[in-house]
Design a protein around this ligand. Structure first.
Ligand code: BTN
Length: 245
């Protein structure tokens, strides 16, 4: 699979650009932006980046027309594993919080937002949006705005720029997507387990409380409750640790 590449100095949201591209009948595209004015996160939240100049953050989206029948369960986890393995191959500092968050040293480094759009001829447009903080917040920044904390890739790799980071991630994501199309999430189950931030901890998923026990072959969170092991799907749910990091 080959992606066309497009870079915008500014846009509302690269996910919105990618969705419009697919609605217009476009093929695989990676669209990045130096600045988003209306970045979106999961569950209707805003995605905020510190906007002073290039290289404060990396924001991009991949647009793909895929067969409508393809099961997308676990896609955000496979994306998270791929990003984490590229940026932290030793696997010591970047962790994943089901279903879509990347954490570095216990604070949020980035997030993944997957959106879909129906297309003709049994196809479905899939957009994978990824946002990563590159530069630490400046003195006096409003840290309260970042509910899960704010971590920056430059504390792991001081030379990280948006362009260089994207050049490292793009080929790995391309390979991952080709494998996901044929194999689904199962090959990433063990990789997720190595970086599972919540594994073994007391958590809340929606209204349910329990202990996080990893993920299934379809990427469902396995929640141990008094009633047994409950598989939870990512769509509208998010996970909260009962004991903050
Ligand atoms: C989350 O943490 O809830 C997901 C955040 C996803 C942010 C990225 S930035 C690039 C793409 N464009 C958006 O508007 N959102 C995603």
């Amino acid at each position: 699979m080959v992606f066309a590449r497009k870079h915008l100095a500014e846009c509302g949201s690269t996910n919105t650009e990618a969705l419009a591209h697919l609605r217009d009948g476009g093929g695989p595209l990676l669209v990045s932006a130096s600045r988003q004015t209306a970045g979106r996160g999961r569950l209707g939240r805003a995605w905020l980046t510190e906007q002073a100049g290039d290289d404060a953050a990396l924001t991009f989206s991949i647009a793909l027309p895929l067969p409508a029948a393809l099961d997308l369960s676990g896609l955000s986890l496979a994306v998270g594993c791929t990003v984490a393995d590229v940026l932290d191959p030793a696997g010591r500092r970047i962790q994943l919080k089901w279903p879509n968050d990347l954490f570095l040293d216990g604070a949020k480094l980035g997030g993944i937002l997957i959106e879909t759009v129906p297309l003709p001829a049994d196809q479905r447009g899939v957009v994978i949006g990824i946002g990563l903080n590159l530069r630490p917040l400046p003195e006096g920044a409003d840290r309260e705005a970042f509910a899960s904390g704010h971590a920056a890739l430059q504390t792991l790799d001081p030379a990280a720029t948006a362009a260089a980071t994207l050049d490292r991630l793009a080929p790995a994501l391309r390979g991952m997507l080709a494998d996901f199309e044929t194999l689904g999430f199962a090959p990433w189950q063990a990789a997720f387990a190595r970086r599972d931030l919540a594994g073994g901890q007391r958590v809340r998923v929606g209204e349910q409380a329990g202990t996080a026990r990893g993920v299934s072959e379809r990427g469902e969170l396995l929640l141990e409750t008094a009633a047994g092991l409950l598989p939870c799907s990512g769509g509208e749910l998010s996970l909260r640790l009962e004991k903050p990091l």
